[in-house]
Design a binder for this molecule. Structure first.
Ligand code: CTP
Length: 440
């Protein structure tokens, strides 16, 4: 295969016809690794955000995706086919009448680009999607390669609108987007902000990370689709005075990984996080992040969000003790003896939620320094859990602050499965898969 730059198609190595099931794939070791070997058409239409599509194409390729780019005529006023062929190492097609179909496809009868490419692709992302192109998609026009390819494709589709605020708010655009949403298009919307035209408002393209994450979710077989899950992560902070608090070293990395893995697997996720080093880079539709402070806050927020949840995964490391009395202002060291700190017990969240458990699957975590399995089994029982993920605390294998983790997943039915050592993201994915498999 050749492209306009004359480069060979390094990126275009996979051409299997059928869309393989995700279960046949190994669990990704990071969120965007879910894109590995997935065949994606990136359609670039004519807006200034086309320069960001270059960055997006790079991110997709770096994540292991196989990317082909379709450019409208207008988009080439902003960026060139050479930009994309250089960044992706893959083919770039621009012309409905030119044959861009791959050499691998030449054995097939069909070597018309828009048909051959739409058969090759597992997903099409249009970024940026102009108001004009959205109108074309909504009304089934097919007068150029980009729109004809879109019309010939019936798999997962995503559009990332980018335009001036008034164009975005125009009822015609609003209606077109609504129509596309109803037809199953995923709309990746950007946050409000400064646009190239100088306006501040809606119409900015979603970030390349959000678009890549949305694509990864679209391409997932969605084993958790339709399920609501609640995940907690990070530490809590128990105030002593208005400045000082008691807390612990939980980084929140595992909680975030659990929340992102569930979201990528199609779940509707509520992620309740204490102050944590690991913050979600941006908001994703369907992944609600709620910030809490104390163990009591965490308890109340989990309780408020538990209804209808298929599973609660309590990965947070709530403080077990709090200063008994909260001192207002700042305790000063001058003019007094060293103050004594009297502690009180905090609420045990999982134990207190027992009466509200209903059909919700409760998954706890146990970080133990010694007698790992024995202590985890005792907590599984005491807290009335369905599963507990036991992991080592302290020593060189400690998961605290680390990027990787090793888990022993124990179930109330008596099974034990090991996960890892691996990245916290892959461990999370495997944990969801195992819980799902045990519950089916
Ligand atoms: N947990 C909870 N409420 C608390 C403390 C912990 O719901 N106040 C949850 C944790 O989120 C975790 C599980 O209980 O899922 C086990 O936490 P862990 O700290 O290991 O257990 P503790 O009950 O605190 O027991 P110990 O301090 O004796 O280890």
């Amino acid at each position: 295969m050749s492209d306009k730059s004359g480069k060979s198609d390094k990126n275009d190595r996979s051409d299997q016809g059928d869309r393989s099931d995700e279960y046949a794939r190994s669990a990704p070791d990071s969120p965007l690794a879910a894109l590995k070997d997935r065949r994606i058409i990136l359609t670039v239409t004519g807006g200034i955000a086309a320069y960001k599509a270059a960055e997006l194409s790079r991110l997709l390729v770096k994540s292991g995706a196989l990317v082909r780019v379709v450019m409208t005529e207008a988009s080439q006023k902003f960026v060139t086919p050479l930009t994309f062929s250089s960044l992706t190492g893959g083919p770039v097609a621009t012309d409905l009448w030119e044959n861009h179909s791959s050499s691998e496809n030449s054995s097939q009868l069909n070597n018309i680009t828009h048909v051959a490419w739409s058969q090759w692709a597992e997903a099409i992302a249009t970024a940026p999607a102009t108001a004009d192109f959205l109108a074309k998609l909504a009304h089934g026009l097919a007068d150029d390669l980009a729109s004809a390819t879109a019309l010939a494709f019936n798999g997962p589709r995503l559009v990332a609108p980018a335009m001036n605020t008034q164009m975005y708010l125009n009822q015609a655009t609003v209606d077109n987007l609504e129509l596309l949403r109803r037809r199953g298009y995923r709309i990746a919307s950007g946050s409000e902000g400064l646009l190239a035209c100088g306006t501040v408002g809606k119409g900015r393209m979603a970030s390349v990370w959000v678009i890549a994450m949305e694509l990864a979710r679209l391409l997932s077989s969605g084993p958790l689709k339709g399920k609501k899950v609640v995940v907690t992560g990070g530490a809590t902070r128990e105030p002593w005075d208005d400045i000082r608090f008691l807390s612990n070293r939980s980084s929140g990395l595992m909680g975030l990984a659990l929340a992102q893995a569930a979201w990528l697997m199609g779940a509707d996720v509520t992620y309740i996080s204490g102050p944590a080093a690991a913050e979600p880079p941006e908001t994703l539709e369907g992944l609600r992040v709620m910030k809490i402070g104390t163990t009591q806050d965490l308890y109340e927020t989990v309780e408020d969000n538990l209804e209808g949840a298929w599973a609660l995964v309590m990965n947070a490391a709530p403080a077990d003790f709090r200063p008994k009395d909260l001192v207002r202002g700042k305790i000063s060291k001058s003019g007094q003896q060293v103050p004594s700190l009297v502690l009180a017990r905090t609420v045990d969240i999982l134990s207190s939620l027992k009466p509200k458990k209903g059909n919700t699957i409760f998954v706890g975590f146990a970080a133990e320094e010694d007698s790992l399995i024995e202590r985890a089994k005792e907590k599984l029982k005491r807290k009335n859990l369905d599963y507990i993920a036991a992991n080592q605390a302290g020593g060189s294998g400690s998961a605290f602050g680390s990027e990787s983790i090793s888990l022993n997943l124990l179930s109330a039915k008596g099974s034990m499965q090991t996960i890892g050592p691996t990245s916290k993201f892959q461990a999370s994915w495997l944990l969801w898969e195992r819980v799902l498999a045990s519950e089916q």
